[in-house]
Design a binder for this molecule. Structure first.
Ligand code: NDP
Length: 465
């Protein structure tokens, strides 16, 4: 803990109030909480962060990081097949070892967990490895019964997978457990059709599982551009992933061999080795004591905050998934940074939620920024849509009949690009740069004035018709 503080509040006044143990007590050391703790401490505040599990949170420990590494691992299945067309002699019976990949991924998770911890320590943040609950506007109670006081409390506890309740649903796992499986299951049923469902459908399929994706409606990836998600559905089906739509789960029965028979409305029962729920995530506010400080929450349990991340209690703030605004790591990080700069750095900052790019690391991946075609039509009335529907050069030589689709949505009046949506190899990597142009308010003419970088897939962005 630092003994003296140079942290400044919004009025530029010193924030240290020695009547409290800390200037800031953060609950949750995930992406948002870690950033807020580190930056507030760097501004000179006396900061503690309580974490009941592992420093790093969902993204580092059981989300983006291990998932992306599995995606890399899964991609070799197709790359090794395609390699033959590029002249490499690859044996037909290339074997895949799940334990090797799993353990290497977990080693990397441990490394990042260590790096996060070191960063906090280097910034003199007290890390408290216990669950903390709010017990008053300026007070938290730790699992060991001790009480800490703070001028401000930041709730950054994230969210957890929502598991639908029906007979036998306890036999299913979620993304929390999926990284620790003993084996790759032969048959997998994934419940849901959002980010996690489509990403893990691709991962399991590439590792050789038979995958069935079951959703309550007939929409995959609600909120994404329709033509892009239709393309993913078509490619996924042609790869051999099964989809069952408009299905409500009725029961799961486990037999003596561990096989799971899943019954659902409108479809025949299906027997699999693993059921994984990917049916959304709920804020981790249950039992957090927020009501003791009068913190208001919405129906889903998300902390309601204003533009400065302040809750209905003046000394309690919240950032990240627990606020259920945009459930993405970089957004939580920005919220944590803005909170720390505003209240401890004397630099009022608000997060701009417009044109936040996002990607789904499906096989192939999708990415998008800005309005979809239907959102733009609703918001602007007159829109122009440009597309490029092409087979990437690598796929042509590999004999892989998978087409990419890029789509640009422009304001019909001003020519301004209001959305870009893509599906195809590496499109999340490509979209990040295009998102800068959308954020900057560039027009279709600006894109067209940029010379194509040939031969790339990204050049299609400046060649759209
Ligand atoms: P999503 O919100 O993406 O998708 C949820 C899916 O579950 C939808 O298909 C939805 O159906 C269905 N569903 C919702 N509630 C129920 C229910 N009660 N019973 C049955 N089905 C239900 O959630 P995920 O769990 O995939 O991911 C959670 C969040 O995590 C994402 O929204 C995203 O913000 C973040 N994330 C981001 C990633 C990335 O950036 N690449 C990767 C993974 C997660 P329908 O839409 O048809 O109603």
């Amino acid at each position: 803990m630092q003994s003296c503080s140079a942290a400044r509040d919004l009025q530029g006044l010193p924030v240290t109030d020695t009547q409290f143990d800390y200037d800031l007590f953060v609950i949750g050391a995930g992406s948002g909480g870690t950033r807020a703790s580190r930056v507030a401490a760097a501004h000179g505040a006396r900061v503690a962060v309580a974490e009941e599990y592992r420093v790093g949170g969902t993204c580092v420990i059981r989300g983006c990081v291990p998932k992306k590494l599995l995606i890399y691992g899964a991609h070799f299945a197709e790359d090794l097949k395609d390699a033959k067309r590029f002249g490499w002699q690859v044996p037909d019976d290339c074997a895949f070892s799940w334990p090797t990949l799993r353990d290497n991924v977990m080693e990397e998770v441990d490394r990042i967990n260590g790096a996060y911890t070191t960063t906090l320590q280097n910034n003199h943040v007290d890390i408290i490895h216990q669950r903390a609950v709010v017990s008053g506007p300026n007070e938290v109670t730790l699992a060991d019964g001790s009480v800490k006081t703070a001028a401000k409390i930041l709730i950054a506890v994230g969210a957890h997978p929502l598991t639908p309740e029906f007979p036998g649903s306890e036999h299913g796992i979620t993304s929390n457990e999926v990284f620790h499986l003993d084996d790759v299951p032969k048959r997998v049923l994934i419940a849901g059709a959002g980010y996690i469902a489509n990403e893990f459908a691709g991962i399991f399929h590439q590792f050789g599982s038979h995958v069935t994706l079951v959703n309550r409606t007939d929409v995959i990836l609600r909120g994404y551009d329709e033509s892009i998600r239709d393309r993913l559905l078509q490619i996924s089906m042609s790869k051999g992933i099964d989809f069952r739509f408009n299905a409500a789960f009725e029961s799961i029965e486990k037999d003596s061999n561990g096989c799971l028979t899943v019954r659902m409305s409108g479809h025949e029962p299906i027997t699999v080795d693993l059921v994984m729920f990917a049916t959304g995530r709920l804020p981790n506010t249950k039992g957090l004591g927020l009501e003791t400080a009068g913190v208001e929450m919405d129906a889903a349990g998300a902390v309601i905050v204003d533009e400065d991340n302040k809750s209905s209690c003046d000394s309690i703030f919240a950032v990240g998934d627990v606020t259920n605004r945009i459930q993405l790591t970089p957004v939580a990080i920005r919220e944590g940074q803005a909170f720390a700069d505003t209240f401890f750095g004397g630099k009022p900052t608000r997060v701009d939620y417009a044109n936040v790019p996002a990607a789904v690391f499906s096989h192939p991946p999708m990415a998008g920024v800005g309005m979809t075609e239907s959102q733009a039509k609703q918001a602007l009335g007159s829109v122009k849509v440009y597309t490029s529907d092409f087979r990437p050069m690598k796929n042509v030589l590999a004999g892989r009949n998978e087409r990419s689709l890029y789509k640009m949505i422009c304001d019909g009046e001003t020519d301004r690009v209001v959305g870009i949506h893509m599906i195809g190899p590496d499109c999340p990597e490509i979209l990040q740069s295009a998102a800068v142009a959308v954020k900057a308010g560039l027009t279709k003419a600006d894109f067209d004035a940029t010379v194509a970088l040939h031969p790339t897939m990204a050049e299609e962005l400046v060649l759209m018709k």
